[in-house]
Write a protein that binds this ligand. Structure first.
Ligand code: NAD
Ligand code: UDP
Ligand code: UDP
Length: 316
């Protein structure tokens, strides 16, 4: 059955892929975005589709639309961007969640929250399971994002308890792929752009910190599966690729794929940078029948191809 689906943050990296997927399945998509980090360019290839609509709107303000499902993705995701205006970041997470939950409550429709592995902070439990409460600094430079997302989770579960809403909380681990912004500041886009331009690869700290990288198509599949579960499935559910790599390993893989002779330069490690991160995805396997299908190497190759084209088109 075709549905009308609202995606907040729909003109961002993940939102644009989710829009494509939902349209391909025959749904109508209303994409709401204030274009802080996203852009019309990310979704302009969808403008010809009569089932697609793009609205400029900031989710910290109320929104009145009529839809069957809500995916709440609005929030800058890269440390460089979410730290640019940290008060706005917390407002987006908290007030955005309240408004979208209010909308879901009025319409009695399911709502999915794009939460994050950052709710685990600098984790003392490894790999991270959903029952781990995390190790988050409440007053540091990452807190606007981490605590904003934690408060949003609280709101989702309180709307569930108080109003019996169908909520779906997905904890997304580092995701990459085509359509990441070249100046996004995240590690995969930074390394690829630096390698393609022959500029030094910037490794923060000694490069021994780890992350687990999920290809965007796999993530989107997990999101759609979670949204389409029954009322009893709320999450939180980790969705990520358990393959864990140090930043030095990532840099070397990118250099090899690009065939670049860029040097490696070390820069200071940002405050509260998590030392390790790897999802335990037993719950996603069990409740969603989901697991990742794209390993890091082929995923990076597809992302490098995308950036080659994008940089060439931009004349850079
Ligand atoms: P992104 O920055 O590309 O997309 C976020 C989108 O939200 C952008 O289009 C931006 O303009 C929009 N936005 C920001 N504030 C808004 C506001 N107040 N009102 C309306 N729109 C607003 O980032 P992304 O990687 O696509 O992330 C999407 C979601 O997934 C975010 O909620 C992020 O926290 C979450 N997430 C992403 C990752 C990842 O690795 N990419 C990991 C964990 C969680
Ligand atoms: N809201 C919205 N769209 C709707 C319904 C509600 O944006 O269709 C907003 C509304 O502005 C409110 C928030 O969601 O501030 C929370 O709504 P709720 O009904 O939970 O709370 P209340 O209206 O009682 O404050
Ligand atoms: N990082 C890096 N060089 C860069 C950008 C990031 O070494 O040019 C490191 C960063 O310090 C962190 C990891 O890569 O340890 C992942 O950073 P990102 O901002 O992509 O995601 P997050 O820290 O939010 O997981």
């Amino acid at each position: 059955m075709s549905k009308r689906v609202l995606i907040t943050g729909g003109a961002g990296f993940i939102g644009s892929h989710l829009s494509e997927r939902l349209l391909a399945e025959g749904n109508e998509v209303i994409c709401v975005d204030n274009f802080f980090t996203g852009s019309r360019r990310n979704v302009e290839h969808l403008f010809d589709n009569p089932r697609f609509e793009l609205m400029r709107h900031d989710v910290t303000f109320p929104l009145y639309v009529e839809v069957d499902q809500i995916y709440n993705l609005a929030c800058p995701a890269s440390p460089v961007h979410y730290q640019h205006d940290p008060v706005q970041t917390t407002k987006t997470s908290v007030m955005g969640a309240i408004n979208m939950l209010g909308l879901a409550k009025r319409l009695r429709v399911p709502i999915l929250q794009a939460s994050t592995s950052e709710v685990y902070g600098d984790p003392a439990v490894h790999p991270q399971t959903e029952d781990y409460w995390g190790n988050v600094n409440p007053i540091g430079t990452r807190s606007c994002y981490d605590e904003g997302k934690r408060a949003a989770e609280t709101l989702f579960f309180d709307y569930r308890r108080q109003h019996d809403l169908s909520i779906k909380v997905i904890r997304i681990f580092n995701t990459y792929g085509p359509r990441m912004h070249p100046n996004d500041g995240r590690v995969v886009s930074n390394f690829i752009v630096q390698a393609l331009r022959g500029e030094p690869i910037t490794i923060y700290g000694d490069g021994s910190q780890t992350r687990s990288f999920c290809f965007v198509d796999d993530l989107v599949d997990g999101m759609v599966r979670l949204m389409n579960t029954g009322h009893d499935v709320t999450g939180p559910i980790n969705v990520g690729n358990p393959g864990e790599f140090t930043m030095l390993e990532l840099a070397n893989a990118v250099l090899e794929i690009v065939g670049s002779d860029s040097t490696i330069e070390h820069r200071p490690l940002p405050q509260d940078d998590p030392k390790q991160r790897q999802p335990n995805i037993d719950l996603a396997r069990r409740e969603l029948g989901w697991e990742p299908t794209v390993a890091l190497r082929p995923g990076l190759e597809r992302t490098v191809e995308y950036f080659r084209g994008a940089l060439a088109a931009a004349g850079a």
